[in-house]
Design a protein around this ligand. Structure first.
Ligand SMILES: Cc1cc2nc3c(=O)[nH]c(=O)nc-3n(C[C@H](O)[C@H](O)[C@H](O)COP(=O)(O)OP(=O)(O)OC[C@H]3O[C@@H](n4cnc5c(N)ncnc54)[C@H](O)[C@@H]3O)c2cc1C
Length: 536
C-alpha cells in the first residue's frame, strides 16, 4: 500500500471534478490529486459530436447502470448511461448547453442556499464560458468552456421550429439569455465541431502542472474519516488497493449516483441501511442518497417522406462514407452536429411561473434506445421528446452491496403525483399539436409511437409507463441545504464532518429546469472559488 499526501483529493473527473482539479491547482500552491475510475478519454467517438450515439453503450467508458425495477413504470429497469472516463458524463452527453431558468436558482436561495440565487451564480456561468457569439449581460468570453452555435440549419429542425411557432411557442434565439421560454436552436459545448468536455476545457490545459496528479483507473472505495475529519481516500487500481492521505480537503465529485454511494461506503448515510449492509456507521445521515431528482421523458416518433434524417445516414454505407469524409475534410455535415439541434421550453399550465416542459427535436427516430444501443427505425423519421422538468417524485441511491465496486441501487419515483402525470400528458398532447401544424404536416407519413390508436389519457399513461425513461439529468442525492434533509451546507461542506465537500450535480437542492451539465460546471466554479477563499 503506497501512501502520498495531498492538500486536496478530488474523487471523480467528471463535469465537476475536472473543474475542481484545474481550479484548485491553478495557483501552484496546493498539491492536488484527481482520481478517476475510468480510462483516459482516447476513444475517438467521444470527440465527434454525433459520436454520442456510440458512447451511449460502451462499457469501457460508460458505467451503464440500471435502476432497480420501477414500480410506477411497469416494473421496468431503466437504463442509466454515465460517463466513466476523463470528463465523466460531459464526455458522453448530448452537449446541449442550457443553464435552466433564472428562477430555479432563486428557488435554491429560498430553500436556504445563501449565495446561490441567480444574480450570485451568473458570474460563475460567465467565468466558465467562452461564448462564440461574444460577451453580453448573460454571457462570458475567455473562459475554458467553448459554447458554439449549431454548424448549420437543418431542414426538419427548421420545419419543427416553424411548427412550434404555428402552435403558439415564440422563437427564442438564446435560451440562456433574458428569458427561457420559447423555441429555437440549441447551442452546444463544442469547439470547431469537436466535443468540449470538461476534460478538454479544464483538465488538458492543467495536466502538465507539477502540483496536479491525475490518476485514471483509480476507483475511490472509501473516504477515510478520523475523529470527524476526512484524512484520505482509499482507492482500487489495477495494481491493487492504495491510500492517498489528505492534509486539506477531500472533494467528492462522483456524480449523482457515485457520490452518495461513496459517502455511504465511508460510513455517512442512513444508519439502518448502512448497518444492513455491514458498513460501520460514522454519522447517521438520512439525506445521503435521498431526494434523488431527475427529468423524465418519453419519445414520440414520426415517419417522414424525405430521406433527410439521421436514420437514413445510419442505413446507407455510401452516405456514411460521405459523411465521414465531409467531417474529416471540412468538419461539417451530419457528424459535426449532435443530432439534437433544437427544442422548446414551455409550460404544461399557463398559470405556472416557469416552464416545466422541454421539447427536444431530434433529426432521427428510434426503434429502441437503451442498454442494447440506439437502434434507428429502418425508414426516415424524427422524434419530439417531451421532457418533464419539474417532477414532484424523488428517488433514492442506496448500496446494493458493501462491495465498493458493485453498482448502486437507484430508485426513481417518477409519476409520483397527479401533477407528474398531468404534465407529461400535456407535453405529449403538445407534441402532437406541433406535428399537426402545416410546417411539419407536409413531411409526415404517420405517427409511429405512440400511434394514433393511443388517444385516451389512460392509454397514453400506459404508453408512458411502458416507454418513459430517465432524461439522464439525475441530481440532488447529496442535496445542499441547512437542515437534516440536506447533506452539504451552502459552501458544499458535508454537515458535521471536517475537510469533506461534495461538488457535482448531486448537491442541487432541486433539479434545474434545463439540462444539467452547464449548471454542474457552474457549481464547481463557485465551489473552487469558495475553497480558495477559505484557504486564504
Ligand atoms: C447520455 C447523457 C446525455 C446527456 N446530455 C446532456 C446534454 O445534452 N446537456 C447537458 O447539459 N447535460 C446532459 N447530460 C447530463 C450531464 O452530462 C450531467 O448532469 C453532468 O455531466 C453531471 O456531472 P457530474 O460531475 O455530476 O457527474 P459526471 O460528469 O458523471 O462525473 C462523475 C465522474 O466520477 C467518476 N466516478 C464515479 N464514482 C467514482 C469513484 N468511486 N472513484 C473514482 N471515480 C468515480 C465517474 O467515472 C465520472 O467520471 C447528459 C448525461 C448523459 C449520461
Amino acid at each position: 500500500m503506497a501512501e502520498d499526501t495531498y492538500d486536496y483529493i478530488v474523487t471523480g473527473a467528471g463535469s465537476a471534478g475536472c473543474v475542481m482539479a484545474a481550479r484548485l491547482s491553478e495557483n501552484g500552491r496546493h498539491r492536488v490529486l484527481l482520481l478517476e475510475a475510468g480510462p483516459p478519454d482516447t476513444n475517438p467517438w467521444i470527440h465527434i459530436p454525433l459520436g454520442f450515439a456510440r458512447t451511449y453503450v460502451n462499457p469501457k467508458i460508460n458505467w451503464m447502470f440500471e435502476t432497480v425495477p420501477q414500480p410506477q413504470m411497469a416494473g421496468r429497469q431503466l437504463y442509466l448511461p454515465r460517463g466513466k472516463t476523463l470528463g465523466g458524463s460531459s464526455s458522453i452527453n448530448g452537449m446541449v448547453y442550457i443553464r435552466g431558468n433564472h428562477g430555479d436558482y432563486d428557488e435554491w436561495r429560498q430553500r436556504g442556499c445563501v449565495g446561490w440565487d441567480f444574480d450570485s451564480v451568473l458570474p460563475f456561468f460567465k467565468k466558465a464560458e467562452n461564448q462564440t457569439r461574444g460577451p453580453d449581460e448573460f454571457h462570458g468570453t475567455g473562459g475554458p468552456l467553448h459554447v458554439s452555435d449549431q454548424p448549420s440549419k437543418f431542414e426538419l429542425a427548421e420545419a419543427a421550429l416553424e411548427a412550434c411557432v404555428q402552435a403558439g411557442i415564440p422563437r427564442n434565439p438564446d435560451f440562456n439569455g433574458a428569458q427561457q421560454d420559447g423555441c429555437g436552436y440549441y447551442q452546444t459545448t463544442t469547439s470547431n465541431r469537436r466535443r468540449w468536455s470538461t476534460a478538454k476545457a479544464y483538465l488538458n490545459p492543467a495536466k502538465s502542472r507539477q502540483n496536479l496528479t491525475v490518476q485514471t483507473g483509480a476507483h475511490a472505495t472509501k473516504v477515510i474519516i478520523e475523529n470527524g475529519r476526512a484524512t484520505g481516500v482509499e482507492f482500487q487500481t489495477a495494481e491493487g488497493r492504495k491510500v492517498a492521505k489528505c492534509r486539506g480537503e477531500v472533494v467528492v465529485s462522483g456524480g449523482a449516483f457515485g457520490s452518495p454511494q461513496l459517502l455511504q461506503l465511508s460510513g455517512l448515510g442512513p444508519a439502518e441501511h448502512l448497518q444492513d449492509m455491514g458498513v460501520p456507521v460514522i454519522a447517521d445521515m438520512p439525506a445521503v442518497g435521498a431526494n434523488l431528482h431527475d427529468h423524465f421523458n418519453t419519445n414520440l416518433n414520426w415517419r417522414v417522406n424525405k430521406a433527410i434524417t439521421l436514420n437514413d445516414l445510419e442505413r446507407s454505407w455510401p452516405r456514411k462514407i460521405a459523411a465521414a469524409a465531409q467531417y474529416a475534410l471540412f468538419r461539417s455535415g451530419p457528424m459535426a452536429s449532435n443530432g439534437v439541434h433544437a427544442g422548446a421550453f414551455t409550460k404544461s399550465d399557463p398559470r405556472l411561473e416557469r416552464p416545466d416542459l422541454q421539447i427536444n427535436i431530434f433529426e432521427w427516430s428510434t426503434l429502441r434506445r437503451g442498454k442494447d444501443g440506439v437502434i434507428p427505425h429502418p425508414f426516415p423519421g424524427f422524434t419530439l421528446m417531451p421532457v418533464h422538468l419539474r417532477p414532484e417524485g424523488r428517488g433514492t441511491v442506496r448500496l446494493k452491496s458493501p462491495d465498493p465496486l458493485a453498482p448502486p441501487a437507484v430508485l426513481f419515483d417518477y409519476l409520483r403525483t397527479e401533477y407528474d402525470s398531468r404534465a407529461i400528458l400535456a407535453a405529449i398532447r403538445l407534441c402532437r399539436e406541433i406535428a399537426a401544424q402545416p410546417a411539419l404536416k407536409s413531411y409526415i407519413v404517420n405517427e409511429v409511437t405512440p400511434g394514433f390508436g393511443v388517444m385516451s389519457d389512460e392509454d397514453l399513461m400506459q404508453f408512458v409507463r411502458e416507454t418513459g425513461v430517465s432524461n439522464q439529468h439525475p441530481t440532488s442525492s447529496c442535496a445542499m441545504g441547512t437542515g437534516t434533509n440536506s447533506v452539504v451546507d451552502p459552501r458544499l461542506r458535508v454537515h458535521g464532518i471536517g475537510g469533506l465537500r461534495v461538488v457535482d450535480a448531486s448537491v442541487m437542492p432541486v433539479v434545474v429546469g434545463g439540462n444539467t451539465n452547464a449548471p454542474t460546471i457552474m457549481i464547481a466554479e463557485k465551489a473552487s472559488a469558495m475553497m480558495m477563499e477559505d484557504a486564504g
